[in-house]
Design a protein around this ligand. Structure first.
Ligand code: HAM
Length: 442
C-alpha cells in the first residue's frame, strides 16, 4: 500500500516487536535503562536540554569548518527572526545548560548524563541516520587524568553489560589549541606540495582549519596524509604526561587500547584525550561511540575556564551490533491474568475486575470486541499470561470466576472478590513453585 505520508528520509519509528532491532522500542528502552543504571552507579545525574539551540552556540563550539556545521545542520529562522538549530550533538548544549543553571558554582566535579536525540543532515545508510540517539556523559570541573579513565571505562562497561565485548578502543591526545598551532604549521608545510591533488573541500580546510584535513574520507587525500607528521610529537610536556597518566590508569584497570595518531574526531573543541570505541560487528559505520576532553570549550561559550570530558554512544549502532551478534535481551514481563468473558452479563463484571486487578498492581489484559471463547483463549495464550480468568453467565450468577493456569491444566473456582488476593504474590493458595501442579488445588 502506497502511503500518502511517510516519515522523513533517514529517520525511524520505534514500535514494539519490530523485526529490525534498530526500530524496536522495547530494546531501545532496555539500552536506555541499562545506561541510566550504570550512570547512577558512577555518580552521574541526568540532564535534559531543548532539542534546538541558538545556532551560534553550535557553530562556535563544534567549529565552522567541521562537516557537522558546514553541511549537516538543520537550521531555521523563527517567526521572531532568531536562528535556531536542531542539536547535532549534546556537548555544547549541556555545557550551556551547565553555565545557565550555575552548576559551575556548585564546586567539585559535576557529572551529567543524557539519552538524547540528535539531528544531522547526512546521507542515510546503515548505521547513519538523520535522527540518531546518543547515550552520553559530560563530567566538568577537573583535568585529572583519572577522570578520563573513568569516563572511558563507563563507556566500555555499558557495552560489556549489554553483551558487546569485542571492541577496539582507539586513543589519542590532540593537545591544546596552542600546541596544535605549532603542529598545524608542520602539517600545512607537509600538505602544501600536494595541495593541487586535494579536493576543493580539502583546499578550503587547508586555508581555514587545517586540522580538519585529517577528517577526510577521500582515498587520495588519505594516501598523502599517511606520511604526515603526528600531532603527538608537538604536545607539551604536561600534555604528554596527561596522556601517559590516562594510559597508566587504563592499563591498571585491565583496559586494552590502541594509540591512533590520526584520531582527531570531527569537532574543534577537543583538547588532550580523544577516543573512539569501534566494533568489528558493524559495517562501514563502525564507531559505536566516541568522546574526549574539551578543556577550553566552557570558555569559548562565555564561561570561566573549566576543564571537562565526555562521550556519546550511538544507540542505533549498538542495536545493529546486538542483532548481528544475536545477543538476546531480557524478555518483557507478560501479564499475570487474562480476563475472558462470555455473554452480556459477564462483560461488565470482567471489565470491573480488570480495573480492580490493575488497581492492586496485578498486570491484567482482556479481549475487546466480544469474540468467541476460542478466539479469546487464543488471544490469552498469545499474550503469554500466566492465568486466564474466565467469566460465563453461570460464574457471574454465582459471583465466581474460573481461574485457569495457561502453563498447565490447573484450574480452580474462586469468588470474584478474591481474585486479586489469589493472584497477588501474597496468596499462599496458588500452586507454587512453578511449574504448577496439574491437579486441582484448593
Ligand atoms: P560523535 O562521534 O559525533 O560525537 O557521535 C557519537 C556517536 O553517535 C557515534 O560514535 C555514533 O555511534 C553515533 N552517531 C553519530 N552520528 C550518527 C548518525 N548520523 N547516525 C547514527 N549514529 C550516529 C559526539 O557527538 C560528541 N558530542 C561526543 C562527546 C561527548 N564528546 C565529548 N562529549
Amino acid at each position: 500500500m502506497a502511503l500518502k505520508y511517510q516519515r522523513p528520509r533517514g529517520t525511524h519509528d520505534f514500535v514494539p516487536e519490530a523485526p529490525k532491532w534498530v526500530d524496536d522500542s522495547a530494546r531501545r528502552q532496555y539500552l536506555e535503562d541499562q545506561f541510566r543504571g550504570l550512570c547512577r552507579l558512577y555518580g552521574y545525574g541526568e540532564v535534559r536540554t531543548p532539542i534546538f539551540e541558538n545556532t551560534q552556540l553550535i557553530t562556535r563550539s563544534v567549529g565552522e569548518e567541521t562537516d557537522i556545521v558546514s553541511k549537516e545542520m538543520y537550521t531555521f529562522e523563527t517567526k521572531g527572526g532568531d536562528s535556531l538549530t536542531l542539536r547535532p550533538e549534546s556537548t555544547a548544549p549541556v555545557l550551556r545548560a551547565y553555565l545557565e543553571n550555575s552548576l559551575h558554582t556548585r564546586g567539585g566535579v559535576v557529572k551529567l548524563y543524557y539519552c538524547a536525540q540528535h539531528f544531522r543532515y547526512e546521507r542515510p545508510q546503515e548505521g547513519r541516520y538523520r535522527q540518531h540517539e546518543q547515550l552520553g556523559v559530560e563530567a566538568l570541573g577537573t583535568d585529572d587524568p583519572a577522570l578520563d579513565a573513568e569516563v572511558i571505562q563507563l563507556a566500555l562497561a555499558f557495552f560489556r553489560n549489554i553483551g558487546i565485548s569485542s571492541l577496539t578502543l582507539k586513543l589519542n591526545s590532540v593537545g591544546s589549541v596552542e600546541s596544535r598551532g605549532t603542529y598545524l604549521i608542520a602539517l600545512k608545510a607537509y600538505v602544501e606540495p600536494h595541495l593541487a591533488e586535494f579536493s576543493a573541500e580539502g583546499q578550503s580546510r587547508f586555508e581555514k582549519n587545517p586540522l580538519r584535513l585529517l577528517d577526510t574520507k577521500n582515498a587520495r587525500e588519505l594516501e598523502i596524509l599517511a606520511g604526515a607528521p603526528h600531532l603527538s610529537a608537538y604536545l607539551t610536556e604536561e600534555e604528554r604526561a596527561h596522556h601517559a597518566a590516562v594510559m597508566g590508569y587504563l592499563t591498571d584497570a585491565g583496559v586494552t587500547y590502541e594509540n591512533d595518531p590520526f584520531l582527531v574526531r570531527g569537532f574543534d573543541y577537543y583538547t588532550k584525550t580523544a577516543f573512539e570505541i569501534q566494533s568489528p560487528d558493524l559495517g562501514a559505520q563502525n564507531a559505536l561511540g566516541g568522546g574526549g576532553r574539551y578543556n577550553q570549550l566552557v570558555e569559548t561559550i562565555g564561561g570561566p575556564p573549566t576543564p571537562g570530558i565526555g562521550f556519546g554512544l550511538g544507540v542505533e549502532r549498538a542495536l545493529i551490533a546486538l542483532q548481528a551478534l544475536g545477543v538476546e535481551m531480557p524478555a518483557l514481563p507478560t501479564p499475570t491474568a487474562y480476563i475472558i468473558t462470555l455473554g452480556d452479563a459477564a462483560k461488565p463484571v470482567g471489565i470491573k475486575l480488570l480495573a480492580n486487578l490493575r488497581g492492586s498492581g496485578i498486570s491484567a489484559e482482556t479481549e475487546y470486541g466480544g469474540r468467541s471463547m476460542k478466539a479469546q483463549m487464543r488471544a490469552a495464550d498469545k499474550s503469554k499470561a500466566r492465568f486466564a480468568v474466565i467469566l460465563g453467565d453461570d460464574e457471574v450468577a454465582a459471583g465466581m470466576v474460573q481461574l485457569k493456569s495457561l502453563h498447565d491444566g490447573w484450574q480452580h473456582k474462586v469468588p470474584v472478590s478474591e481474585v486479586a488476593e489469589w493472584l497477588s504474590g501474597e496468596s499462599r493458595r496458588l500452586p507454587d513453585p512453578s511449574p504448577l501442579p496439574s491437579s486441582s488445588a484448593g
